[in-house]
Design a protein around this ligand. Structure first.
Ligand SMILES: C[S@@+](CC[C@H](N)C(=O)[O-])C[C@H]1O[C@@H](n2cnc3c(N)ncnc32)[C@H](O)[C@@H]1O
Length: 205
């Protein structure tokens, strides 16, 4: 996809690199059609790519930051208006058409926001995932018992220096939080550049 020539369009080189591997993973995990919400859409490069590559899916973008909302509209001019949504809100105020979702996707949010965002994301997923729905979370994580790649160690240190409430999250803590929301880690896919793609489903299934 060519870069949009639009003053509001933010550009994430990482999103440009990882959007295709993530799309391929989503295509392998999810059925051919459904309704998806992206949390923390950021620049909008991901959702523009996923929407084009998964034509059976209807996507809704969201982010709490106004510059992100403008950028999403610039990258994805054909998309529906993005929601201003902070996962820590008790009520995500989703439109009536999007109360029950087949998929919720979020990339690179948990380590660049306070730990409470993890609970917010999982609690919101528990409220809004359809019975068969999946929460898919992409990013770098600390996996207990596995060496943390040097690049992720440096990234974690940099994040914590920038904001003491930020930092890579430990997978076992995320799983515990998920369990408190009756969600189970179903799949864990290794992705390029030492990232993971985590797939959660309802525990009762
Ligand atoms: C590093 S960017 C990731 C953007 C995009 N998902 C990507 O991977 O390129 C982190 C994003 O998380 C969003 N964010 C931070 N705190 C949040 C929260 N509490 N609820 C929802 N989004 C949040 C920020 O506004 C920002 O757009």
């Amino acid at each position: 996809m060519p870069e949009p020539i639009h003053p509001d369009a933010l550009h994430s080189p990482a999103a440009e690199r990882n959007k295709q591997p993530i799309l391929q993973a989503l295509q392998s995990i999810l059925p051919a059609e459904g309704l998806a919400l992206e949390i923390a859409s950021g620049s909008g490069q991901h959702i523009a790519h996923f929407s084009a590559g998964m034509p059976g899916w209807r996507w809704l973008a969201s982010d709490p930051a106004a510059p992100a909302l403008a950028s999403i509209a610039a990258w994805w001019p054909g998309g529906s208006a993005p929601l201003q949504l902070d996962v820590q809100q008790d009520d995500w105020s989703l439109p009536a058409s999007h109360q029950q979702l087949d998929a919720i996707f979020s990339a690179n949010m948990l380590h660049i926001s306070p730990w409470a965002s993890c609970a917010g994301l999982l609690q919101g997923a528990a409220r809004h995932l359809a019975e068969h729905g999946r929460l898919i979370v992409y990013g770098p994580f600390i996996v207990p018992g596995e060496a943390l790649a040097a690049g992720n160690q440096a990234f974690d240190a940099d994040l914590r220096q920038r904001n003491e409430r930020w930092g890579l999250r430990s997978l076992d803590q995320v799983e515990r939080q998920a369990s408190a929301c009756a969600l189970l880690l179903e799949q864990r896919l290794a992705m390029p550049a030492n990232n993971l793609l985590l797939v959660f489903r309802r525990a009762a299934l």
